[in-house]
Design a protein around this ligand. Sequence first.
Ligand SMILES: O=P(O)(O)O[C@H]1O[C@H](CO)[C@@H](O)[C@H]1O
Ligand SMILES: [Mn+2]
Ligand SMILES: [Mn+2]
Length: 390
Amino acid sequence: MKFKRIIVIVMDSVGAGDAPDAAAFGDAGADTVGHIDARVPLRVPNLRRLGWGNIAHIHREPTEVIGSYGLMEEQSAGKDTTSGHWEFMGNIVETPFPTFPHAFPPDLLQAFTEKTGYGYIGNEIASGTEIIERLGPDHFRTGLPIIYTSADSVFQIAAHNDVIPLDELYRICEITRKEVCVGPYEVGRIIARPFIGTQGHFIRTGDRRDYSRLPKKKMVFSYLSESGRFVAGVGKIGDIYAHIGLTESYHTGDNPADMKALTEQLLAHRDREGLLMANFVDFDSQYGHRRNVEGYAACIEAFDNMLGHFLPLVQPDELLMITADHGNDPTWKGTDHTRERVPLVVYSPALTEAVDLGIRKTYADLGQTIMDNFSLGQLPSGTGFLSELR
Ligand SMILES: O=P(O)(O)O[C@H]1O[C@H](CO)[C@@H](O)[C@H]1O
Ligand SMILES: [Mn+2]
Ligand SMILES: [Mn+2]
């Protein structure tokens, strides 16, 4: 069976239990959904209907399953958003992007100052909400951007909108992307982290921007758009794929805005063939990194509720796939991502059986399924599951 449109939703960081290689990442035993459900039994009737009860470690509830379901393992040498998303679309990241466990070296910071004209404060491994509160007074006093990183390959630049206007922050990030973080310092992403509010009550805004490094391998988006299909990204998708191969991009601020844009774009593309892909980032940025179990649980339940309104819109010539890019167990040590298998559920009203898709050996199986659906050939990695669907 083939479909006219494929819809991919990435629940950012919603992992389903430690991957076989989790120990190498210090994450043996991590389980984002399982540990949340153990603390806050999840009410997720729609995800259950799609098969979540068979793949995530959640409490039992009698449910009629109408979706096909499986787990996917990441092959890429990294557990960040970029490597996960690129692998979905056929680009396994073999050489890890550079990380800075001791913060950024002096020559890199010197280049930052020379190229952008700005000094900096910070230069730490930090959690973004914590560092802006701690360095807020310094930031206002000096007018300098706050620079920090994490276990991920990221160069994050935070600034209050009243200290460095948004356009200026974006300009600094663009220069950092093109001229500072180059060569051995070519990080996965430069991230603009604008915030507003007053000391003790700072709020990071939805104007965050991710500046991805350029992928060196061709991915599914390009095959699709070169064959005349539309490729519409919602949320961070455009940024994550460095805006390559997309025909349209709809940047959003939060999960409800993602669902609104996704719904609007689905309805707007009913006469076309192509791909609609959305990243829902709140799970990760608002709750996973903050190690907020209750908030994470509520966010999953709110997503499930929105999904309940979205599912009836999906037509028989459309295929919906819902997955995640890595874990971020809110009960785990630290504040970073966790190496986990990710859940995969697949739904179309045209399908009549709930098929167990098993444990997929690479996220690229998702992209190869899209390639097969549109007869676009074979990616360097990935085994499509289109022919397994019933
Ligand atoms: O603590 P905050 O600023 O949310 O940063 C987090 O967000 C980054 C990108 O997902 C991660 O690398 C992690 O550092
Ligand atoms: Mn992510
Ligand atoms: Mn993250």
